[in-house]
Design a protein around this ligand. Sequence first.
Ligand code: FE2
Ligand code: FE2
Length: 166
Amino acid sequence: MSIKKKVDFEYIVGDILSNEKFKSLNNEFHHGITRYEHSLRVARYTYWVSKTFHMNKSVEVTRAALLHDFYNDSELGEETSVEKLSTHPYMAAQNAIKYFDINDFQKNIIEVHMFPITKVLPKTKEAVLVSLMDKVAAVYEIGNYKLALNLSMTLIFIYNILTIER
Ligand SMILES: [Fe+2]
Ligand SMILES: [Fe+2]
């Protein structure tokens, strides 16, 4: 990322990164790293793609990407790990509304990021983007860098096909 883009990215998400509740994600583990690091990676990927493809809602989608896993495990109680796959997006959205006053467009991005595990369809191309970037980040984080690269190229290709203006 260029210095200008780095500064821009930090300006967009600075208040979230310095929030105490968000910082507590440093104590939650996710794919062998912290949920804070994972969320930051998904936000950086999303920001990069949204800027590269000149998407209008770059700020809103980047902030939603950063908040897509904004929850602590303790908030999900006794749920099994399989149940958590489909319930954590709703907890993250609730927290995002409570702490950052997100809009409905961002709420949908967060709630559907586990699609197709959650069976609610993404309503916007930005929601599709965050869901894709979350999957690319997860593959990268489990250590399969080549697969992550191939997957990201394939997903960007599919994303472009789906969102091309006809
Ligand atoms: Fe998630
Ligand atoms: Fe995630």
